[in-house]
Design a protein around this ligand. Structure first.
Ligand SMILES: Nc1ncnc2c1ncn2[C@@H]1O[C@H](COP(=O)(O)OP(=O)(O)OP(=O)(O)O)[C@@H](O)[C@H]1O
Length: 295
């Protein structure tokens, strides 16, 4: 079932077109990453989906509803974590969660929300004393309060330390497993690769690449890297490589097969390929390729 549907969405600010007719869909229980450089239009898209902004053209549906016209119904089923949270600095974590519980239909118990977000040790801490990463965790606790069917997470782990980030990933994975549909923006490409089943990369208001995460990356093949054995002419290798000093890289559709070929060839000659590294393409490779082809 399609939970989020974006069709030909356009949005301008005082004549500046921030989103230029984009379309994508997110299925129930899917984690979808909206990626792209600063100013690409990700937050704007999320704000339209959350009903904070009205689309200039095109249509958006969340759970089959119009986020502006059906605002009340959408709000009950959607959890939102945008970039700038407006907290009261003098309230504690527990008081903040309690205040939000009052506005939430059938909220989670306070301690459950605090624990889910990884703030179990800090209920009595004032918001002003929280670090940037801890504030993001409080944001997450509030977004999860209403047991939402859909979650909008705009850069949810910015400022978090690696452990907190991994905890948040575990929470996101768990929620998706339970059927929550999650739209995520992030500048951490590893985060997107770890969490998202599908993605769209935006640039200057347009989608420049989109698809299933695993399929998109697999289609780009991968690479085998190693250090050239001394006195070896790279032209003698059984596969073409690019050479930078002593470092050789072989780009291949199937990097595992390329590694086999190279290793067998080396073994037959009593050679080793030190520092051998085999990997499929990463999101970072995809980003860099897109930058190159845009030049
Ligand atoms: N309220 C606003 N008024 C005018 N211009 C805006 C407004 N909000 C966003 N913009 C502009 O629209 C463009 C898209 O912004 P948006 O915040 O959607 O990008 P983003 O992809 O989320 O960027 P980031 O990764 O930095 O969060 C930017 O050029 C931004 O300056």
């Amino acid at each position: 079932m399609t939970t989020i549907q974006v069709n030909g969405l356009r949005k301008s600010y005082q004549g500046f077109e921030a989103v230029k007719g984009i379309s994508f869909e997110v299925s129930e229980g899917e984690v979808f990453a909206l990626l792209g450089r600063n100013g690409a239009g990700k937050t704007t898209t999320m704000e339209v989906l959350a009903g904070f902004q009205r689309a200039d053209a095109g249509s958006v549906r969340v759970l089959g509803l119009d986020p502006v016209a059906d605002r009340a119904a959408v709000r009950q089923r959607v959890g939102i974590m945008l970039q700038e949270a407006g907290f009261f600095p003098d309230l504690t974590v527990a008081q903040t969660v309690d205040a939000w519980r009052d506005f939430t239909a059938a909220p989670r118990p306070r301690d459950e929300a605090i624990e889910l977000a990884g703030l179990a040790g800090r209920p009595g801490t004032k918001v002003r004393q929280l670090s940037g990463g801890e504030k993001r965790r409080l944001d997450l606790a509030l977004a999860l309060l209403g047991r939402p069917d859909v979650l909008f997470l705009d850069e949810p782990t910015t400022g978090m330390d690696p452990e907190a980030r991994r905890n948040t990933w575990a929470v996101v994975r768990d929620l998706a497993r339970q059927g929550t549909t999650i739209l995520l923006t992030t500048h951490y490409l590893e985060e997107a690769q770890q969490l998202a089943g599908a993605m769209a990369i935006m640039d200057q208001g347009e989608i420049v690449a989109a698809g299933g995460m695993a399929e998109t990356l697999a289609a780009r093949g991968g690479r085998v890297a190693f250090r050239l054995p001394p006195r070896l002419d790279p032209g003698d290798l059984p596969l073409p490589v690019t050479v930078d000093g002593e470092h050789a890289v072989c780009h291949a559709e199937h990097p595992d097969l390329a590694a086999q070929t190279l290793l067998s060839w080396a073994a037959e000659r009593g050679l080793r390929l030190p520092g051998l590294e085999v990997r499929t393409a990463t999101l970072e490779d995809l980003f860099l390729d897109l930058r190159e082809s845009a030049r």
